[in-house]
Design a protein around this ligand. Structure first.
Ligand code: GRF
Length: 191
């Protein structure tokens, strides 16, 4: 459980690409009585599509390549401290955070993963689920620990795999559910 100070809990969202989960988190933060404020977006890609959204809605953003992870993590930590960030939401962030960084934000970093964890950790989850003839896949919001995609599960949604599903069609269907469960999970850990 994360204690919120004052009215709203300050959140940072880390992205690398499209940013559709960033959008859903942001819209959620703008709902009436929301207790969340998205204060900054961190991207490791200067061309991440999600940054256009941040610009459009005047959300502060910072770009760090993470090529020198140690240095960039220090800079990110400074910003998070300055902005009094209490929770980090990883939303398609394709860099692995160091053990030290995760330790500094212990229990306060969450991630969305496009599979029914603990199945299909890592990349290419939809192809792997289809190739293994799974009947279901889904998405999971979980706490981030140094072990990839292995932290405690907060919320999951099971999604049926249809016979004629391609990785693309399955990805699209699951993504719709991601947009619902990520804000819901964030709300849950604030209560
Ligand atoms: C999502 O499928 C998420 O589960 C995974 O990366 C993708 C990010 O998509 N971790 P988007 O950038 O939020 O649209």
């Amino acid at each position: 459980m994360i204690k919120s100070f004052g009215n709203k809990t300050k959140v940072a969202v880390f992205i690398s690409g499209r940013g559709s989960n960033l959008k859903s988190l942001f819209y959620f933060s703008k709902e009436k009585n929301s207790r969340v404020q998205i204060c900054v977006v961190i991207s490791n890609k200067k061309n991440a599509k999600g940054l256009n959204f941040a610009k459009k809605y005047n959300i502060k953003f910072k770009i760090y390549t993470f090529k020198n992870r140690f240095k960039d993590e220090l800079k990110v930590l400074q910003i998070l401290k300055k902005k009094n960030i209490k929770i980090i939401c990883l939303a398609g962030f394709m860099k692995i955070l160091s053990k030290e960084f995760i330790k500094k934000f212990k229990g306060k970093i969450i991630n969305i993963h496009p599979s029914l964890l603990p199945k299909y950790k890592g990349l290419d989850t939809h192809n792997r689920a289809i190739n293994n003839k799974e009947k279901y896949s889904g998405c999971t919001v979980h706490y981030v620990t140094p072990k990839l995609d292995s932290g405690k599960i907060i919320l999951q949604k099971k999604v049926k795999i249809f016979k004629n599903d391609s990785a693309k069609s399955l990805q699209k269907r699951i993504l719709n559910h991601e947009h619902k469960i990520y804000p819901k999970a964030l709300k849950m850990i604030l209560n």
